[in-house]
Design a protein. Structure first.
Length: 239
């Protein structure tokens, strides 16, 4: 038990360092935009609001991952959840950030699937974290003027997959495995994928682990991305 507590403490410490590192850039950008505002540059207030909101989403996700892991001050409830509804709400949250990075968002709902068992708030927070990290990556990776991130779901033999997908070179199981080892220790743990800390991915990973789910690299319509397999709800299986 002491060993498990020590391992969890180390993981939480690494995640905190990663979150702190990730927060530096938006805070610097906010400071710069505020300075430009004094100088009369237009549209900087929208940028400030978007960066601030994204930073708050990241902090909320980190806080939620700790609450779920400890089940402290938060009742860990699983329920029948519509993946399509979660992806739709996540898409709405991400609109301003995507616009800031000139990335288009697309919803790809692969079929009329029944509900899954999940914690809705946690699932949505994790999807937003994954998408936020890739939105920051796509413009640097893509040569096209039409960079698109897909929030998608499809069926696999193990259940229903929910994830985010894009044409991002270097996104692989090996890159994710190495990133998990390096996060909290390196400023750029996702070597070959992201020039930043990619903290949204690791916050999502922490949330999924608290939910006993495994974040993995998956494929959707010839695109690679990050997703999680969710179990269909047995409560409504016969309805």
């Amino acid at each position: 038990m002491d060993l498990l507590k020590k391992q969890y403490s180390n993981t939480s410490h690494q995640l905190l360092l990663s979150v702190a590192e990730q927060m530096k850039l938006p805070l610097l950008q906010i400071a710069r935009q505020a300075e430009l505002g004094v100088m009369g540059v237009e549209n900087n207030y929208t940028t400030i609001q978007t960066l601030a909101e994204n930073s708050l989403h990241l902090l909320d996700g980190y806080s939620l991952s700790l609450q779920l892991a400890h089940q402290y001050g938060y009742q860990f409830v699983t329920e029948s959840v519509s993946v399509a509804a979660v992806l739709y709400d996540a898409n709405q949250q991400l609109q301003s950030l995507a616009k800031l990075y000139d990335v288009q968002l697309e919803l790809n709902i692969g079929g009329k699937y029944g509900p899954v068992i999940a914690n809705r708030k946690a699932l949505e927070s994790a999807i937003v974290g994954l998408a936020s990290a890739l939105i920051e990556v796509i413009p640097a990776q893509m040569n096209s003027n039409c960079s698109t991130l897909h929030l998608a779901t499809h069926r696999c033999r193990y259940g229903i997959v929910a994830g985010v997908y894009a044409s991002v070179p270097g996104l692989s199981r090996e890159a994710l495995r190495k990133g998990r080892k390096l996060y909290g220790l390196s400023r750029q743990p996702l070597v070959g994928i992201s020039h930043s800390s990619g903290t949204g991915i690791f916050v999502a990973d922490s949330i999924f682990r608290a939910m006993k789910l495994n974040l993995h690299v998956s494929r959707h319509r010839r695109l690679y991305g990050l997703g999680v397999v969710l179990s269909p709800s047995s409560q409504l299986a016969l309805v």
